[in-house]
Write a protein that binds this ligand. Structure first.
Ligand code: NDP
Length: 479
């Protein structure tokens, strides 16, 4: 007998959004001079709040405040003192984690289970981890007296709004930089709650500035003369624009861009764990993950069995209300993103691949896409080449390890990869051959603040996380 799940909704009243938000500059909320924009809940299309847009003049004010803080209290502070602030931020994030998790789910559309168990705790863990480095930088392997760049301009996407903020702000502050950060226009709310938390932590004014707005605000940050270092996560296209914009200037940059990861399954892999890993690899966060395992490479002899078991498993996924604690797959972040996914899925069908979706009812409002598996995919198909950034898996086959490597590396990207096999020697050989910044073995989508993350080729350059993540924020150590 199969028992039905009863709804287990989290309460939206855990968070109190203001009806409108200004920009966070020099330690306080101020009006923006651009036209305000509305931010919505993508699962219902309801407006959550109105948010200011930062013009070039507002960005200039934020950079000025960050510069004063860098030349003033923050720049003069010892590492041990800075680390106390980082610990305080980490502790406050942990204390307010339920509020932040609910806010993230309402504004992003991801299941509450993920924001509660992954996004917010991992964001807090980043601050804890980098707090520990702030007073030990001379032992981090970056020279005897490493120095910060100054003011860091940080531009982040919508898929992990608070976690990307933590990846950017924690190492920047630990190394003594000050920041001007722009969240994505579709998911500004947890960054604005974070501004409130920064006030609560009594960080000196100007150390953290948060300017909301669209691409133009990002371009104003990247182009501002007072910015010393750029850290960007987002599409390869915008990453290229930024690289062109700052070429020939004294700015240094780290770019964390797109991916098209191969998740490679050998015939000796333990099938139940592998199927869980495939599901986690591509349906976590609705597949809106730069390192998602979007290309499944299966050894030919086990292809049919793996696909059949995967389809059985997908029938049990619960798609729907992100605020329900039982939900596995939530809403797509925006109408624009849903259009892109739909267009690529149509291209996959037109090019001759076979699509399959589990039966599930989708809510009437909001932006939704059923988990989708394409079989019969060949390497030239757009769905095998382009980043879909949605819950869509393309299945390809291989016969030998060498063929798996050749197919896995046949992409302009190189962010991550997964290997499923019982043989340790094969894991090591494959990991050595794969052109990917992160290679997971018998697991997928595992993130830890102590571990560096970043790409090869068109997936960008620079590393975030771990000791390596300090280098881009220190002078003379840019790689
Ligand atoms: P973008 O690269 O456009 O957005 C990332 C960030 O850059 C956002 O804050 C955005 O602002 C900002 N931005 C946009 N244009 C500029 C500019 N000219 N100069 C400086 N900053 C700018 O990604 P999208 O949200 O448009 O997503 C498009 C595709 O990118 C997705 O389908 C996916 O394939 C990929 N992507 C990859 C991510 C990754 O983690 N690697 C993350 C997100 C997307 P705003 O949001 O206000 O426009």
């Amino acid at each position: 007998m199969v028992f039905e799940y009863a709804p287990a909704p989290e309460s939206p009243s855990v968070v109190n959004f203001a009806s409108s938000y200004g920009l966070f500059i020099d330690g306080e909320f101020v009006e923006g001079t651009g036209s305000p924009m509305k931010t919505i809940n993508p699962a219902t299309e309801e407006v959550l709040a109105e948010v200011a847009t930062a013009s070039a003049d507002d960005v200039d004010r934020a950079v000025g405040a960050a510069r004063r803080a860098f030349e003033g209290p923050w720049g003069k502070m010892s590492g041990a003192e800075r680390s106390k602030y980082l610990f305080r931020i980490a502790r406050l994030l942990a204390e307010r984690s339920r509020e932040f998790a609910v806010a993230e789910t309402l504004n992003n559309g991801k299941p509450i289970r993920e924001s509660r168990d992954v996004d917010i705790p991992t964001a807090a863990a980043h601050f804890f981890y980098y707090a520990g480095w702030a007073d030990k930088l001379e032992y981090a392997g970056h020279g005897p007296s490493p120095r910060p760049h100054g003011v860091a301009g940080q531009i982040i996407p919508w898929n992990f709004p608070l976690l990307m903020l933590a990846w950017k702000i924690a190492p920047a502050l630990a190394t003594g930089n000050t920041v001007v950060l722009k969240p994505s226009e579709t998911t500004p709310l947890t960054a604005l709650l974070f501004a409130d938390l920064v006030q609560q932590a009594e960080l000196p004014p100007g150390v953290v500035n948060i300017v909301t707005g669209a691409g133009q605000t990002g371009a104003a940050i990247a182009g501002h003369e007072g910015i010393d270092k750029i850290a960007f996560t987002g599409s390869t296209e915008v990453g290229r624009t930024i690289a062109r914009q700052i070429a020939g200037t004294r700015k240094v940059a780290t770019l964390e861009l797109g991916g098209k990861a191969a998740n490679i399954v050998f015939d000796d892999a333990p099938i139940d764990q592998t199927v869980e890993g495939i599901v986690n690899g591509i349906f976590f966060n609705q597949g809106q993950v730069c390192c998602a395992g979007s290309r499944l490479l299966v050894q030919e002899s086990v292809h049919d069995e793996v696909v059949e078991r995967l389809q059985q498993r997908l029938q049990t996924l619960r798609v729907g209300d992100p605020m329900d604690k039982n939900t596995d797959v939530g809403a797509i972040n925006s109408g624009k993103q849903l259009e892109r996914i739909t267009e690529l899925v149509a291209a996959g069908e037109a090019e001759g691949a076979t699509s399959w979706q589990p039966e599930c009812e989708l809510p009437r409002n909001g932006f939704w896409h059923r988990p989708t598996v394409f079989t019969g995919v060949s390497q030239s198909h757009r769905i095998a080449q382009e980043e879909i950034f949605g819950p869509v898996l393309s299945v390809l086959t291989f016969r030998t390890p060498a063929e798996a490597v050749a197919k896995a590396n046949n992409t302009p990207y190189g962010l991550s990869a997964g290997i499923w096999t019982e043989k340790g020697s094969r894991i090591l050989w494959m990991a050595d051959q794969l052109k990917a910044g992160v290679v997971w073995a018998n697991t997928f989508n595992k993130f830890d603040p102590t571990s560096p993350f970043g790409g090869y080729k068109e997936s960008g350059y620079g590393r975030e996380g771990g000791r390596h993540g300090l280098a881009p924020y220190l002078k003379g150590e840019q790689r």
